[in-house]
Unconditional design. Structure first.
Length: 378
């Protein structure tokens, strides 16, 4: 009977693999004609990426660069501000910081925040009689929205679905990305001064609902879109300055069929894994850093029956399950120097055992929660 079940699952996976063979993962977009009047200059041999951004003035893509390691560089091309416009933008930024007063409860969405910000900038230009041409106001609006509403310099990188990881190693060092097709490469984006990078790091911590300081200079957190971030502040522990690494949250998680197409595992092994998950067999996923442990775990979790109750336990949420009956539990750091308010994976695992789950998924096991985990397995 078990052989028949495995045969059925193998047949299903083979059919799915055949159906997805002709799906194109990404499409290279090239810009053939560029208006001579445009200020934005796009290199002739640049392969443009499709950004999830409704702004035709922003371009990004990959160029050949002999000076870059690997011979490729990711280039972000934004509107160009003249020296006069830069001074005007700095004045507007200072005015926004002192005069902008909007309750967060009033803002309905990012688009609403953009609209309110542009309206405020327009009123400031009239109020203080700043002489800025209409065309240049659009450029200033872009940079204001980018810096105040979104993630500043790295926002174009966050809009490219082909980028999996964004890494900053310190001050005056190019930000590196991990591209799905071309792997690791530098970009033309960098933070030139310590104060700029430190302020950005504090902003990222605030967005994540965390606090970073010289007393507590390391944080692991999640951005509102689900992306995972590790961040350090200052030169005390990272000698080249503040650092951050963002692992992008995939809106379209890699499936078991993708893993078969990549050659990560065969159809036979996938069918066997399906059988094991369906029979609620205890499984461990092990591997080195960035070897695809979470990706494999997320793909295997798709075999869990829709009606089963699932409890996942992680330090930072990375799993993305389609199940409705799913409790994603995340540990919490202490509020002070004492252990007051701290919720560890060990605490969450003990609580999970009282919630009568059909499946328990522990993201990473590095401490005393391993003892409770093996007790649960037994």
């Amino acid at each position: 009977m078990r052989l028949n079940i495995l045969t059925d699952k193998l047949s299903v996976l083979q059919k799915l693999q055949i159906q997805t063979k002709n799906i194109v993962k990404s499409k290279k977009i090239t810009r053939k004609t560029i208006s001579e009047e445009e200020e934005i200059k796009i290199p002739q041999f640049m392969t443009l990426s499709k950004l999830d951004w409704d702004n035709n003035e922003i371009h990004a893509g990959i160029i050949k660069d002999p000076t870059a390691k690997g011979g490729l560089r990711y280039q972000v091309i934004e509107p160009v501000l003249s020296e006069r416009d830069k001074k005007a933008f700095e004045i507007i930024k200072k005015l926004l910081i002192t005069e902008l007063s909007i309750s967060l409860t009033e803002i309905k969405s990012k688009k609403d925040a953009e609209r309110r910000l542009k309206k405020k900038i327009s009123s400031m230009i009239k109020k203080y009689r700043l002489k800025i041409p209409p065309k240049n106001i659009e450029k200033i609006n872009y940079f204001a929205v980018r810096d105040f509403v979104y993630l500043g310099k790295i926002e174009p990188l966050m809009r490219d679905h082909m980028i999996e990881e964004i890494s900053c190693d310190g001050t005056n060092i190019p930000i590196y990305i991990w591209h799905r097709e071309h792997e690791s490469m530098p970009t033309n984006i960098l933070f030139e001064k310590d104060v700029e990078l430190n302020n950005f790091s504090r902003k990222m911590a605030y967005i994540c609902g965390k606090h970073v300081s010289m007393a507590d200079p390391i944080i692991d957190a999640s951005l509102p879109n689900g992306s995972r971030i590790n961040l350090t502040l200052g030169h005390e522990i990272t000698k080249r300055g503040s650092t951050f690494t963002i692992r992008r949250f995939r809106a379209d998680p890699i499936t078991i069929i993708d893993l078969i197409k990549f050659g990560t595992l065969s159809v036979d092994i996938a069918a066997y894994m399906w059988f094991l998950v369906e029979k609620r067999t205890t499984m461990l996923v092990a591997g080195g850093t960035a070897s695809g442990k979470t990706t494999a775990l997320n793909a295997l979790a798709s075999f869990i029956r829709p009606g089963q109750k699932v409890v996942s336990i992680e330090d930072t949420q990375e799993l993305n399950l389609p199940h409705e009956n799913w409790i994603p539990a995340v540990s919490r750091q202490n509020f002070t120097d004492t252990q007051v308010g701290e919720i560890t994976q060990f605490d969450l695992l003990r609580a999970a055992l009282r919630q009568r789950p059909d499946i328990i998924i522990v993201g990473e096991t590095r401490g005393r929660e391993a003892f409770t985990l093996f007790q649960a397995m037994a």
